[in-house]
Write a protein that binds this ligand. Structure first.
Ligand code: IDP
Length: 161
């Protein structure tokens, strides 16, 4: 764009975060975005979509043999999802902390799941669980052209340089 092109430094990660259908229905999109924004992470991709069975089968390929797999796909196709890519230092690990334990009963208060959900099958939000998983998931959910490379004016206040 305007001369702000920036190469990702080696410790800058990206992760996939998604507000699941229950989170969208419960008007929690803004709440989820707020928590990542106020932490200082950078939103580089955002869209609402109705996920297909095909996309979810690839996304949850490691869970295909779980007893809850078919109900998980039913849940995840029950309404629109808001998919996001967030970027920043250690964003994969930090986003798992922000989101909280998979089972809301084990999720600490202050986490998204710990504040807004009670049951593992309706846990509001997704966040990639590893750097490699994040790369795989981002390429499933987004085209390269949908990711915007930008540097905030406040970058030097958030990161030690
Ligand atoms: P994660 O979303 O915290 O990474 P995963 O183990 O990858 O957790 O499971 C993916 C999703 O599948 C969970 O977020 C949850 O919605 C659902 N899920 C996981 N375990 C169960 C279960 O035991 N019963 C019902 N749904 C489950």
């Amino acid at each position: 764009g305007q001369g702000h092109a920036r190469s990702l430094s080696s410790d800058t990660e990206r992760t996939l975060v998604a507000v699941k259908p229950d989170g969208v229905q419960r008007r929690l999109i803004g709440e989820v975005i707020k928590r990542f924004e106020q932490r200082g992470f950078r939103l580089v991709g955002l869209k609402m979509l109705q996920a297909s069975d095909k996309l979810l089968a690839q996304h949850y390929v490691s869970l295909q043999r779980k007893p809850f797999y078919s109900s998980l796909l039913y849940y995840m196709t029950s309404g629109p999802i808001v998919a996001m890519v967030w970027e920043g230092h250690n964003v994969v690990r930090s986003s798992r902390m922000l989101v909280g334990n998979t089972d809301p009963a084990e999720a600490a208060p202050g986490t998204i799941r710990g504040d807004f959900s009670v049951h593992i099958s309706r846990n509001v939000v997704h966040a990639s669980d590893s750097v490699e998983g994040a790369e795989r998931e981002i390429s499933l959910w987004f085209h390269r052209s949908e990711l915007i490379d930008w540097e905030g004016w406040d970058h030097k206040n958030i990161y030690h340089l």
